[in-house]
Ligand binder design. Structure first.
Ligand code: ZN
Length: 522
């Protein structure tokens, strides 16, 4: 992030627009957006971009095609309607559509101008904007056009909405004493901060290492708030103790109502959440695992990140072979974080892994696609592997990723007499690439970090990543005194299905017992 820009910005005139053209004096920065949600029941909202002056005569305005965290092209530009540009006198200036997500604005050299458009929303989903009479969920990549080549400029935002709505939840910095105004030092931060508005409920916040953690949500349902927030606190403590550093000033869990999925950000996460199931142990474990996953992502993918995942190319997307680390190991750690937080027992932890085992081992795609390929091809295959006619030719890194994480952890623990673990690899990556080098790690650097922590060459292990070689569970799980049983059962559709069970060996050797004990956090 680029805080220096804030200091460089001089007071400038920008313009406010609502239903008609109104100009008024305001101060910095160069680009100011107004989002007006005046008729939310129509599922649409208006956006105006005001620019006090621009050095070039033309700019290309672009709508991103995707949002980091959801690795699919989303066609956000399809939701843009009625785009028009004006000069300071409210007179139309040229706004020519060049392709599906680019507009050329001309004749603006040294002069103020503004651009207005509407966003039409249709589907309630975690990775696109959605507005209805009760709330607004704004995905910034689905809202704010950027000037091509100018992602580094600071922006300010004013939100204008129904006065019956009581609260805004976002990771953006608020302007002091102006609850509806926010700033971002650049577009990467702007695009990292979704905005939720409505009659939202905020639960009492908690602090970990002096840092405030909030939970704000829409339609959050009925559950025991105190138990839930205590559990969330334990999750934050458990996850942050693995890395040993909390890198944000404040963190917000943003519940967006019923649905599926969550998206991770630097100082917040948006999660589909309606409180359901929090009175049943199995469903509670799934909810806590899910929240731990999204929370752990602020380390693993936002800061401990693949080299290719930054700077972001909002037009073309950023492909990487390493999503199995960012996603698969976040699944691995969601289970461990919840177990080590004391919110699940060992049997629950084993059953979490059994779920991935059953899914992966019964997927014929395991013989066709490697983790590396699954990471790269997710943009075309979809987040859970190919479907339809191509079903069975791909794997899900959400299943094989945590399994490889499990075996890799045991490999490192066994090689070092349990002195080191995969936790040390994650810490090393955080310190070396996020804190010191301030960049992502490459595929070779990930393997090197594992070997440095293991103290031996483990290149043969990485065949489980680079090829479709079948996983040797028995060998690695024995390092932790665990065994795996496989049964063939007949599923409902009469297809024979493999069913796996993880259990403890009787009479483990001292090293096996020690590895299991410390891995479980007991
Ligand atoms: Zn994830």
């Amino acid at each position: 992030m680029n805080s220096i820009f804030r200091k460089l910005v001089l007071p400038l005139t920008v313009f406010l627009m609502q239903s008609q053209v109104i100009f008024s004096q305001k101060v910095n920065p160069l680009l100011h957006y107004t989002v007006s949600i005046l008729k939310p029941a129509t599922h649409s909202y208006d956006v105006a971009l005001h620019c006090s002056q621009w050095k070039a005569d033309t700019i290309r305005l672009k709508m991103p095609r995707w949002m980091p965290g959801y690795y699919q092209l989303m066609d956000y530009a399809k939701t843009v309607e009625n785009l028009e540009a004006f000069d300071a006198n409210g007179k139309n200036i040229s706004a020519q559509k060049l392709n599906d997500n680019t507009w050329l604005i001309s004749g603006i050299k040294g002069k103020p101008f503004f651009v207005k458009y509407s966003i039409n929303t249709s589907k309630q989903f975690v990775a696109n904007s959605y507005v209805d009479s009760a709330h607004a969920y704004l995905i910034p990549e689905n809202t704010f056009l950027y000037i091509e080549g100018q992602l580094q400029v600071p922006v300010s935002i004013t939100l204008s909405f129904n006065k019956e709505w009581n609260k805004v939840a976002t990771g953006l910095d608020p302007v002091v004493n102006k609850p509806d105004e926010f700033t971002a030092p650049d577009f990467d931060i702007l695009y990292d901060c979704p905005i939720l508005i409505g009659n939202l409920q905020e639960l009492p916040s908690f602090k970990v290492k002096g840092i405030e953690h909030r939970f704000i949500g829409y339609n959050i349902g009925d559950f025991d708030r105190e138990i839930f927030m205590n559990n969330l606190k334990k999750i934050v403590e458990s996850a942050s103790s693995i890395i040993g550093d909390i890198p944000y000033k404040q963190y917000t869990f943003i519940g967006i109502g019923p649905g599926r999925g969550g998206i991770e950000h630097l100082n917040n996460t948006t999660i589909s959440f309606n409180g359901s199931g929090l009175d049943k142990p199995g469903a509670t474990n799934r909810v806590l695992n899910f929240i731990a996953h999204e929370y752990f992502h602020h380390y693993n993918v936002k800061r401990i990140r693949p080299f290719e995942l930054g700077p972001f190319d909002y037009d073309k997307g950023n492909r990487t072979n390493l999503l199995w680390i960012s996603e698969g190991l976040s699944v691995y750690y969601e289970y461990l974080v919840v177990k080590r937080a004391g919110l699940a027992d060992a049997a629950t932890l084993f059953s979490n892994f059994e779920g991935n085992l059953n899914a992966h081992e019964n997927n014929p795609g395991k013989l066709f696609q490697s983790l590396q390929q699954a990471s790269y091809h997710t943009w075309s295959d979809g987040p859970f592997g190919t479907q339809g006619n191509e079903k069975g030719k791909a794997i899900s890194y959400y299943d094989k990723g945590p399994l490889v994480g499990l075996l890799l952890d045991f490999e490192i623990r066994n090689a070092t007499q349990n002195k080191n673990s995969l936790d040390d690899v994650m810490r090393l990556l955080y310190q070396t690439y996020y804190q010191q080098k301030q960049r992502g790690f490459t595929e070779a650097e990930f393997q090197m970090a594992c070997e440095q922590v293991a103290g031996i060459s483990i290149s043969s292990f990485f065949e489980y990543v680079y090829t479709a070689k079948e996983l040797d569970y028995a060998k690695y799980m024995a390092y932790a005194g665990l065994k795996i049983d496989r049964q063939t059962v007949e599923a409902k559709d009469k297809v024979p299905t493999q069913k796996f069970t993880i259990s403890r060996m009787e009479n483990p050797a001292p090293l096996q017992a020690e590895i299991l004990r410390s891995w479980l956090g007991e």
